[in-house]
Design a protein around this ligand. Structure first.
Ligand code: ZN
Length: 262
């Protein structure tokens, strides 16, 4: 059994389509998001949280035959205002990776909203404390970034925080080790692919949902259709090559130039 996890970033109100298409890769509109949820529901998909997925990996519990993991990065206020009501309407669940240092700042969820997400049965994970690319930090700073965000979320929300998503998708084996040391048992990255029982829990693959948005393309991947993965993997290879050739700083500069607000 192979499980696909989807990554969403900001999801914006309808009517912003024109602005999105011209300058924003990682934003989709509420109606695009709902189209995808509706199609997944029609195809009989059910969702599980990171925690339930990990329990299955460890041999406790089974997963529905058609399972997808929905993850949301960065802790945008729209995740509470627009995403959560739709997930509830479709009886889906999500795992929200929150940057602890952004909580309560303009455009991001506050503690009260995060508590309500917990109440709705959503899982909260960490997305670091400052959203700095972890691969650029010394190992001790990485552990500190990951441990401090975990502790803060656990204390303020009264829940265990076991999963984290690497900011910007910047990940390597040092980050994996540091995550383990900081007490995480699931690390979600931006490497495209599917997850099985044998997939390392410290490098769980995700498919990033972005523009140009196509329900068919995303569903093809959720269904495990290989050509969709090859096509996307080649794109990702190019991105990884650019990151390596340019280095993180220049890659980010290039991305900012091409894709403002990314
Ligand atoms: Zn992020």
């Amino acid at each position: 059994m192979r499980i696909v996890a989807l990554t969403f970033h900001d999801i914006v109100p309808n009517g912003n389509d024109a602005a999105i298409k011209s300058d924003e890769f990682y934003r989709i509109t509420t109606s695009e998001f709902e189209k995808l949820l509706s199609q997944l529901r029609k195809l009989g998909y059910q969702t599980v949280s990171s925690r339930t997925f990990r329990a299955w990996q460890q041999g406790s519990g089974t997963l529905p035959e058609r399972t997808v993991v929905l993850t949301f990065d960065d802790g945008h206020a729209n995740h509470f205002e627009l995403v959560a009501p739709l997930l509830v309407r479709y009886r889906f669940t999500g795992t929200f990776f929150v940057t602890s240092g952004f909580i309560g700042t303009p455009g991001y969820m506050n503690w009260e909203q995060l508590r309500k997400l917990v109440f709705l049965g959503m899982e909260i994970g960490s997305h670091g404390a400052t959203h700095r690319p972890l691969t650029q930090l010394a190992r001790a700073a990485v552990v500190d970034e990951l441990a401090s965000s975990k502790t803060l979320l656990e204390q303020r929300l009264g829940i265990p925080v076991q999963a984290m998503a690497a900011p910007g998708g910047f990940w390597n084996h040092t980050i994996a080790d540091a995550s383990k040391e900081a007490g995480y048992e699931a690390v979600w990255v931006s490497t495209i692919g599917t997850n099985g029982k044998e997939t390392s829990p410290l490098a769980l693959r995700r498919v990033v949902v972005r523009q140009p948005f196509s329900v068919e393309r995303i569903v093809a991947m959720v269904e495990g259709w290989q050509p969709a993965f090859w096509w996307a993997a080649n794109q990702q290879l190019l991105i990884r090559l650019l990151k390596r050739v340019l280095g993180v700083y220049w890659y980010e500069q290039l991305k900012r130039r091409l894709v403002p607000n990314a």
